[in-house]
Design a binder for this molecule. Structure first.
Ligand code: IMP
Ligand code: MG
Length: 182
């Protein structure tokens, strides 16, 4: 285990099982749709989750990326959301979008993005998150697909970072507090 990790919260095996189930649900829910299914990855944290999830979806699917910033380099939300990379497509009305997130904390990022994509004219917008910390909500928001609900702890790995590090860990772990308390 990485020396900065206090304990593993979601193991590689558990992650694999969670993603298999999510992909099966998405397959079932969208197999009858006449629209195009688009997985919209929110960079950078969701890139690992998205890559694993899309491999397990068997119905036709397209992918796209957005980048938003709501957080500084630390562990506390700055409360601001900027769109750094936008989705630019002419076929919004033909899209069933699933926004793919690594983790939901305050809920601000996804509640904003869902409204934004609806205003842009998407046929439908749902959300899928690997991790959810419901006890941290600052706005009323419920994701459609959730991998795993976790307590209020700062986690890294499987795409999630602290100061751009630890994204490459294959499991989700709790960071030792001394790593960010100095
Ligand atoms: P929200 O708008 O507060 O829901 O912010 C969600 C975003 O905060 C995620 O996409 C992450 O980038 C970041 N975040 C929240 N909690 C954690 C955590 O425990 N570890 C790493 N990033 C986190
Ligand atoms: Mg992040």
């Amino acid at each position: 285990m990485n020396k900065d990790i206090e304990r593993i919260l979601v193991s590689e095996d558990k992650i694999e099982g969670i993603i298999t189930e999510l992909a099966e649900k998405i397959d079932r829910d969208y197999s009858g749709s006449e629209k195009k299914l688009l997985l919209l990855c929110i960079l950078k944290g969701s890139v690992v989750f998205m890559g694993e999830l899309m491999k397990k979806i068997t119905i036709p699917v397209e992918i796209d990326f957005m980048k938003v910033s709501s957080y500084g380099s630390g562990t506390v939300s700055s409360g601001r959301l900027n769109i750094l990379l936008d989705i630019t497509r002419g076929d919004m009305a033909d899209l069933d979008i699933i926004v793919i997130e690594d983790i939901i904390d305050s809920g601000r990022t996804l509640s904003y993005l869902v409204q934004y994509l609806q205003l842009k004219g998407a046929h439908s917008v749902r959300t899928c998150t690997m991790l959810d910390k419901p006890s941290r909500r600052e706005v009323n928001f419920d994701p459609d697909y959730v991998g795993c609900t976790i307590p209020d702890e700062f986690v890294v790995g499987f795409g999630l970072d602290y100061d751009e590090k630890y994204r490459n860990l294959p499991y989700i772990g709790v960071l030792k507090p001394e790593v960010y308390n100095h």
